[in-house]
Design a protein. Structure first.
Length: 611
């Protein structure tokens, strides 16, 4: 009996890989059937993208790590960059294996999305939703406009010149009149600059926030900067301006000191003002610099100024300080403390002799929370567990931070990731705001979406208002939204212009900071599979925008954001500097990476030493 010679190990491995790749291709067909009801509802332009999304979902149900290693050993694609064209990639890999086994090169070209088409579809959708990209990079820059942008077109022009291509108006702040003024300034500045700048408007949604606290005294403090020896190295600074027509401070962070305008008109640079501060201490203020609208004043000693503090320029030449804002109060909490969260949202007292309490702006919390569930405050700076519930209050035992104390302020976010809240992502205010949004915005950002029913309701409202073209961006900021992400994307694709924002602040609190990087990556991959543009948001260059100096870590984070189609910056005193820096970082990184693919441009960082 003649024995059959043993097949070489390489041929056996290729046969095995052929079977595994072909099995994956069969999975894709099954996935199409499973997701067909949602695929059937998308627009014609999104149909192939919806199929590719189902294919990617199917591909990622298996652990492919071992197979990836074996594919690369034969110089084949590891499937690691197949998001935008899953079926076409698998077909090409299958054809390559077959050719290596001696069956010729006969690739199947029946894929709905070809290898050369996935990137084109994503770019098309990004341009239609977010506008054209800059010449040197794919990622646009979005900037949240501060309230001042309603009356200061120069600020808008500065941001536009720095690199802003999308202006974001947050509907949780200001009002319709201010929004219209902001939008008009953006349109005017963009027209004058000869470059596009779209407008995004962000619906507030059912945001849980802490209620108000009783205001503190109306006191402002001017404090000089001292070195380690206690010596003054920088004077305390403030901004003296008219109470009736206050001017914008000439530099960020200056305390505004309102006084009578007629009295102010008789002052000159170099004048000294004498006073007794709120502690009864004698103090001097020097009018150090005259600028339009007032004077920068300085002091060499810490000075507490209150509403009504008398300022004397001479024996019979004095005035009183006008209304100063009340000092913002807070509750100090440490691990083991119990804070009572109440349905009552009247200003809560801040009294060390009383158990701490604070209101909650969303009544549904009290009807649905359960003992043992987690509660987080202020983007996760404070957190704890529900230990008791009544009809009108929830007691939370603080366990985070585990050491030291943290301050809880009014109007800070509350997250209840374990609590099932039967509320719509569209509030009554959102519904009222939609009329202005349709009039002013190029696209709307949908906050706190959790399930497909939320998306359908928004679309129904837009249809009712007669809108068919407004772009829609789903903000992924809850645990439920991430868990329902494939369904949310397929539902959103019923409209032509849609995208996703990774709202990393609330999402990190809801899912745990440890998972944030992982969730961020998975969202990017899934959206690339659906050919939908992504906005990378929350805390991008936050320290730079707030203080003028970035942290090292946030520079790295900004560099990673280049993989999204848009990057969002929040407002701050140094926001223009942050836009310039981000523009530079994105331009540099665009030459090194696209999505997960390293781009091997020539490097000029090193040279051969001539010696």
């Amino acid at each position: 009996m003649t024995s059959v010679p043993a097949m070489p190990a390489a041929e056996q491995e290729l046969d095995r890989l052929q079977s595994e790749v072909d099995a994956l291709l069969e999975r894709l067909t099954d996935a199409e059937s499973r997701w067909q009801p949602l695929i059937a509802s998308v627009t014609a332009e999104n149909h192939c993208s919806a199929i590719n999304l189902a294919h990617y979902w199917a591909l990622r149900q298996a652990d492919l790590r071992d197979m990836q290693k074996r594919l690369t050993e034969f110089g084949l694609s590891s499937l690691g960059r197949s998001e935008a064209h899953v079926q076409a990639t698998l077909q090409l890999v299958s054809a390559a294996i077959a050719a290596m086994r001696g069956h010729g090169w006969n690739p199947d070209d029946q894929a709905c999305v070809g290898v050369d088409q996935g990137g084109q579809l994503l770019e098309r959708n990004a341009v239609e939703l977010l506008g054209p990209a800059a010449e040197d990079r794919a990622a646009r820059i979005m900037v949240t406009l501060p309230s001042e942008a309603a009356g200061d077109i120069t600020l808008v022009r500065t941001l536009l010149d720095a690199g802003m291509r999308i202006a974001r108006i947050n509907c949780a702040h200001d009002d319709v009149t201010a929004w219209k003024a902001m939008a008009a300034n953006v349109r005017s500045a963009a027209a004058a600059a000869g470059r596009p700048c779209l407008i995004a408007m962000d619906l507030g949604g059912p945001k849980l926030r802490t209620g108000p606290l009783e205001p503190g005294p109306q006191v402002a403090r001017l404090r000089p900067t001292r070195n380690a020896h206690g010596q003054v190295v920088g004077a305390g600074r403030g901004w003296l301006t008219s109470a009736k027509r206050p001017a914008r401070p000439p530099e960020p962070g200056l305390v505004t000191l309102p006084v009578d305008g007629k009295w102010l008109a008789h002052r000159s640079e170099g004048d000294e003002l004498l006073l007794r501060d709120t502690r009864g201490s004698k103090r001097r203020l020097l009018l150090a610099a005259a600028t339009p609208g007032g004077f920068v004043v300085t002091t060499e000693k810490t000075t507490y100024l209150g509403t009504g503090t008398r300022l004397r320029a001479g024996k019979k030449d004095s005035t009183k300080l006008g209304e100063l804002p009340a000092v913002e109060q807070s509750i100090r909490l440490a691990a083991g403390d119990i804070v009572r969260v109440t349905r009552d949202c009247t200003p809560a007292p801040v009294d060390d002799d009383q158990p701490p309490r604070i209101g909650c702006t969303l009544p549904e919390v009290f009807d649905n929370a359960e003992v043992g569930e987690r509660v987080f405050f202020d983007d996760g700076k404070l957190g704890g567990e529900v230990i008791a519930i009544t009809a009108d209050s929830i007691d939370v035992r603080i366990d985070h931070p585990p050491h030291g104390t943290a301050k809880l302020h009014a109007a800070k976010g509350i997250n209840v990731p374990d609590t099932n809240l039967p509320i719509s992502a569209l509030t009554d205010k959102d519904l009222a705001d939609l009329t202005a949004v349709i009039e002013l915005a190029d696209f709307v950002q949908f906050s706190f979406v959790r399930e497909p029913a939320d998306v359908i309701r928004l679309f129904d409202e837009l249809d009712r208002l007669g809108d068919r073209d407004l772009g829609v961006v789903l903000k992924i900021e809850t645990r439920q939204a991430f868990e329902h992400l494939p369904q949310l994307l397929l539902t959103a694709m019923r409209r032509r212009r849609v995208g996703v924002m990774i709202a990393r602040g609330d999402l990190a609190v809801e899912t745990g900071y440890e998972r944030m990087a992982e969730l961020q990556e998975e969202t990017l991959w899934l959206c690339e599979a659906a050919h939908l543009p992504v906005i990378w948001a929350t805390q991008v260059l936050e320290q730079l925008a707030a203080t003028g100096l970035p942290t090292r870590a946030e520079i790295s984070d900004a560099a990673m954001s280049e993989r999204a189609e848009c990057v969002m910056l929040n407002k701050g005193p140094y926001i223009a500097d942050a836009v310039v820096t981000l523009d530079d970082i994105l331009g540099r990184m665009a030459g090194h990476e696209y999505k997960k693919s390293p781009l091997l441009r020539s490097l000029h960082s090193w040279r051969a030493d001539a010696h």
